[in-house]
Design a protein around this ligand. Structure first.
Ligand code: UT7
Length: 330
């Protein structure tokens, strides 16, 4: 019997209409377009309206797939939402998304792995498909980062944006789909990129709010160093393990946190710029959404059989790389 692989068979996305560009940020914090562009590669980001949560974007990203693929939502077995900005604590955003898209025969849960959430989700979903247990899984990476960003902190507010991307995973017996993964985490550095209050260790109080501990904080310089070394190392490992040279790799699809981190990773892999997909200039860092948003934006470029390397690094720390053979022509 041929081995079942988990292939991506459709992609979807949703981005809020409201744009926050570098000129807008110049009016809010002490920064400028030139600094942001040269240090990060970001020109603008999307911002979701107040009063609506991450599910608003996740539902719309999933519905793009349902509409374009003419998918009967009752056939979906599982909905996974990778996010660090769930609508609410205690309830999985994925459960709500599944109900709202009409996936009445599915179950849903969230994955919290920050910027690596989509890759961890891809690993989880692939295992379910490869085992033969489920046949249709919707995996969504979605984050409303504007809900946890302090717009007086120039270290973070220039980087993050809101958005959602989704993929459909189905079994494939022709060899297309997820081939290998190299995923890691190291919690001993969790204080370098975190939200201090609002969890079980430090529940929200009037004081924690006044001290702005409900916002995301990062030691940018330190995170940057770890991101470069770990993302490059993971990408290097996945290529070696699969006997891939830079010539075999068609595309590097890396988490969009900072263009300089992506450039360093592609340099170590020996991958030429034209093979490195980027949209960071348009959306900034949308955390769990960056990788599926790239898949959606560049879907027309991808050809059946293309070798794609995914790479990510994020809070936790969580990081890794995955190797996938693309399964269809657009
Ligand atoms: O996705 C999850 C993982 N997150 C990341 O991967 C983010 C990783 N970190 C980064 O992308 C970068 O560290 C930042 C973009 C956050 C900062 O860039 P940097 O090149 O590491 O800057 P820095 O923190 O070393 O600061 C350099 C200088 C400092 O000034 P002095 O001390 O040299 O006078 C900062 O105060 O730039 C200053 N600075 C700014 N200037 C204008 C810091 N932020 C800004 C700003 N605008 N927004």
């Amino acid at each position: 019997m041929k081995k079942i692989k988990a292939s991506i068979t459709a992609v979807g996305s949703f981005l809020p209409e409201k744009i926050l560009n570098n000129a807008d940020l110049e009016k809010i914090v002490d920064t400028n377009d030139d600094w942001i562009t040269t240090r990060t590669g970001i020109k603008e980001r999307r911002i979701l309206d107040k009063g609506i949560g991450t599910s608003y974007m996740a539902i719309r990203a999933a519905n793009t797939i349902i509409k374009n693929k003419k998918l009967d939502p009752t056939q979906i077995d599982l909905v996974i939402v990778a996010t660090i900005t769930p609508d609410m604590h205690a309830t999985a955003t994925a459960a709500y998304v599944a109900s709202e898209i009409g996936a009445s025969n599915a179950f849903g849960f969230d994955i919290s792995a920050a910027c690596s959430g989509f890759l961890y989700g891809l690993s989880t979903a692939s295992a379910f498909i490869e085992s033969g247990r489920y046949k249709k899984i919707i995996l969504i990476g979605a984050d409303k980062m504007s809900s946890i960003v302090d717009y007086t902190d120039r270290n973070t507010c220039i980087i993050f944006g809101d958005g959602a991307g989704a993929v459909l995973l189905e079994p494939n017996i022709e060899g297309y789909g997820v081939q290998d993964e190299y995923l890691r985490s190291n919690g001993s550095n969790r204080d370098l990129l975190r939200i201090e209050a609002g969890g079980s260790q430090t529940p929200t109080t009037k004081d924690t709010v006044e001290e702005k501990k409900h916002f995301i904080y990062q030691d940018g310089k330190n995170v940057f160093k770890h991101a470069v070394s770990n993302m490059s190392e993971a990408s290097d490992q996945i290529m070696k393990r699969n006997n891939l040279t830079h010539l075999d790799v068609n595309y590097l699809i890396a988490h969009q946190a900072n263009k300089r981190i992506i450039d360093a990773t592609s340099k170590r892999m020996g991958i030429k710029d034209e093979k490195v997909l980027m949209n960071i200039h348009r959306y900034g860092n949308t955390t769990a959404a960056t990788i599926p948003l790239l898949l959606f934006d560049f879907e027309s470029k991808l050809k059946k059989g293309d070798n794609i390397i995914f790479a990510s690094f994020g809070a936790g720390f969580t990081w890794g790389a995955m190797y996938l053979k693309w399964a269809y022509n657009h």
